[in-house]
Design a binder for this molecule. Structure first.
Ligand SMILES: [Ca+2]
Length: 485
């Protein structure tokens, strides 16, 4: 289905709604409303539609209404904080290596590139920002018509106050959806609370869901710390303690019992967040606006709870970079899944096509509307990722490599080993595969401008591009990569 066909179906769906349309979704509006729900640190496998051990009935409602993407990713991060670059990519559609130069500026000036709120305003929309402003693209936030700031203080220990704040998180969105004052315009509501980000102030009713036999198991790749799993120290994993009120403030290494307790609290936190998602869906249904509203659900990055011995999200393993993504709305098939490779920064050009407005020239990512209209259609063949100047990763439909600046290499078969628990890099049977993947990864990163940065070029230059011995009578190169500690 082409973009024009999608728009025709969407408009047809709106016209078919008849007199039941609420003030919040005016019948005469030619464009659909958009609600974009962006979680904070929600990993791809922690929604009920993917993992039956976690209880998220409202996010599951979204999955039943639309297309769930199995392979949506964040490109990575250019510094220790992942939220800021990820949210800048989401807002601008720029590549990780080409973020806007004002992405961390805190003045009230206009953003230097078109961003989600300015694109929607130009298309005739009214907009609401409701969420965290810490570690984001401040000038993009300030470009929304209405701004409801909902930050949670790190290190907060007042449980009652924090839980009350969490419960109130979605209220500005609910009020906005019920507001008839902007009835002559379609709306763009962006709900991006800092949850399930720590501190993990989950509600007691949600804690009960994960007690006893419902306590979630540890992941397949659980380890005491990362250096026990692989030969590289993830420096930023302990930059800030992971805050779990009632349990403590944690840094690795942790024993596996502690990891299970933390994991149960994270699950409870996701279920608490799911309740707020339910408040928004209920209001859209109450007003009838849901018939004319595209809903996008995702997260800025994933998270680790003992996976590869890590806490926080400072790696390029799947649990840190893979994200949930659901798109539903008028004209979109219900209950479908897509395996297409998507970057979260593709959302901006995709929404441009869905509301029939031009994609800004500064956008470097691409629309996945073809995969929404036809979930069986394939997309990109490869994806590449970066984390500071320390780590690079690259995947195709089966294999993934992760390369570290200390010349440690990992090769995973994601089809046979989706948890990345078996490193094939030192297996001579995979030597050609490893060399081929490195060559492709380097070419793709170079195309994105990565190797133009001399600091980052160092991660690439020393890698031999075919099996060889680095010293006469020495081991083959893959043995050195895989065994170095
Ligand atoms: Ca985050």
């Amino acid at each position: 289905m082409k973009r024009r066909d999608f728009i025709r179906i969407t408009i047809g769906s709106i016209a078919a709604m008849g007199c039941g349309v609420s003030l919040a979704a005016p019948k005469e509006s030619p464009k659909p409303n958009v609600v974009f729900i962006l979680a904070d640190d929600l990993r791809a496998d922690c929604i009920g539609a993917v993992n039956p051990l976690i209880k998220t009935p409202n996010i599951d409602r979204l999955a039943k209404r639309g297309v769930l993407f199995n392979n949506c990713y964040n490109m990575g991060a250019n510094g220790a904080g992942v939220c800021q670059p990820s949210r800048t990519m989401i807002m601008s559609g720029r590549h990780l290596y080409h973020l806007p130069n004002d992405s961390t500026a805190h003045s009230g000036d206009k953003p230097s590139v078109p961003v989600l709120p300015t694109v929607f305003r130009k298309a005739g929309y009214d907009s609401l920002f409701c969420g965290k402003t810490e570690n984001t693209y401040p000038r993009a936030n300030n470009a929304f018509d209405q701004l409801a700031i909902r930050n949670i203080k790190h290190g907060e220990q007042d449980y009652d106050r924090a839980v009350r704040a969490r419960r109130g998180y979605a209220k500005p969105v609910v009020s906005y959806l019920a507001d008839p004052a902007r009835a002559n315009k379609p709306f763009f509501a962006y709900y991006a609370p800092c949850t399930p980000h720590d501190p993990l102030f989950s509600e007691p009713e949600c804690d009960k869901l994960y007690k006893g036999e419902n306590r979630p198991p540890l992941p397949v790749s659980a380890s005491v710390n990362h250096t026990a799993f692989a030969g590289f120290e993830l420096k930023d994993t302990n930059a800030r303690p992971y805050d779990v009120p009632g349990l403590g403030r944690f840094k690795t290494p942790l024993n596996l019992s502690q990891w299970r307790d933390i994991n149960a609290k994270y699950y409870a936190m996701v279920s608490s967040f799911d309740r707020d998602v339910g408040l928004i869906l209920d209001e859209l249904e109450r007003t009838g606006a849901i018939k004319n509203t595209i809903i996008v659900f995702s997260s800025d990055n994933g998270h680790s709870h003992s996976d590869h011995g890590q806490i926080h999200k400072s790696s390029l393993y799947e649990h840190d970079i893979k994200l949930p993504l659901i798109v539903c709305g008028p004209g979109i098939a219900e209950g479908k899944r897509s395996d297409a490779f998507v970057y979260i920064s593709d959302i901006l050009p995709t929404l441009c096509e869905m509301i029939d407005t031009p994609i800004p020239e500064t956008v470097q990512t691409k629309s996945f509307l073809p995969n929404i209209t036809d979930p069986g259609k394939s997309g990109r063949k490869t994806l590449s990722f970066g984390y500071t100047e320390e780590i690079r990763a690259f995947r195709d439909e089966q294999y993934k490599i992760v390369l570290y600046s200390n010349k440690y290499a990992q090769l995973f078969d994601l089809k046979a080993d989706p948890n990345e628990s078996r490193n094939l890099a030192k297996d001579p049977a995979f030597a050609k595969r490893l060399a081929s993947m490195i060559e492709k990864a380097r070419a793709e990163d170079k195309a994105w401008g990565d190797c133009e940065d001399k600091k980052i070029a160092n991660i690439w230059r020393p890698w031999p591009m075919k099996p060889c011995r680095l010293k006469k009578d020495g081991p083959m190169f893959w043995e050195i990569w895989a065994d170095r500690k």
